[in-house]
Design a protein around this ligand. Structure first.
Ligand SMILES: [Zn+2]
Length: 115
C-alpha cells in the first residue's frame, strides 16, 4: 500500500457525501469506503483532493489503474454486468448477513464434506 494522507481521504469522502461514486453505496461511517486516485501516484498523479474519488471496497477492488480505463469504468452504464453483479452481491449481503458471518464459509465447507 502506498502511503497517503488519512485526512485527505476523509476530505474526499465528505465531499462525496460518503457515497461510492460508482455504485451509489452509502456508508456514513466511511469504514467501507476508499479514496481512489484518479491518476495513480506512480503516473505522477497528485495526492490531493481533486485527484481523489470515493469508491466502496468492491468498486475500488475492480477499478482499473489506468486513468483512461478508469474513466470508462466510471462511465459504464449502471446496468453494466459488473455493476449489476456488485449490486446483487450487496443485496444478498444485506438480506442474508448470516451468510457472511465470520466462519460461515468454513461451516459451508464442513457441510459439503457430508455429501
Ligand atoms: Zn461501489
Amino acid at each position: 500500500m502506498r502511503k497517503r494522507s488519512k485526512t485527505l481521504k476523509i476530505k474526499a469522502l465528505k465531499r462525496d457525501n460518503f457515497v461510492c461514486q460508482k455504485c451509489g453505496f452509502e456508508d456514513k461511517t466511511g469504514a467501507k469506503l476508499e479514496a481512489h486516485h484518479i491518476i495513480p501516484l506512480y503516473l505522477m498523479g497528485k495526492d490531493e483532493l481533486n485527484n481523489l474519488i470515493t469508491l466502496c471496497f468492491d468498486c475500488h477492488h475492480y477499478s482499473p489503474d489506468k486513468p483512461e480505463d478508469f474513466k470508462e469504468y466510471m462511465g459504464e452504464e449502471t446496468e453494466g454486468t459488473l455493476t449489476t453483479l456488485i449490486k446483487a452481491w450487496k443485496l444478498v449481503r444485506k438480506e442474508h448477513p448470516e451468510l457472511f458471518e465470520e466462519d460461515s464459509f468454513s461451516k459451508i465447507k464442513d457441510k459439503t464434506k457430508i455429501f
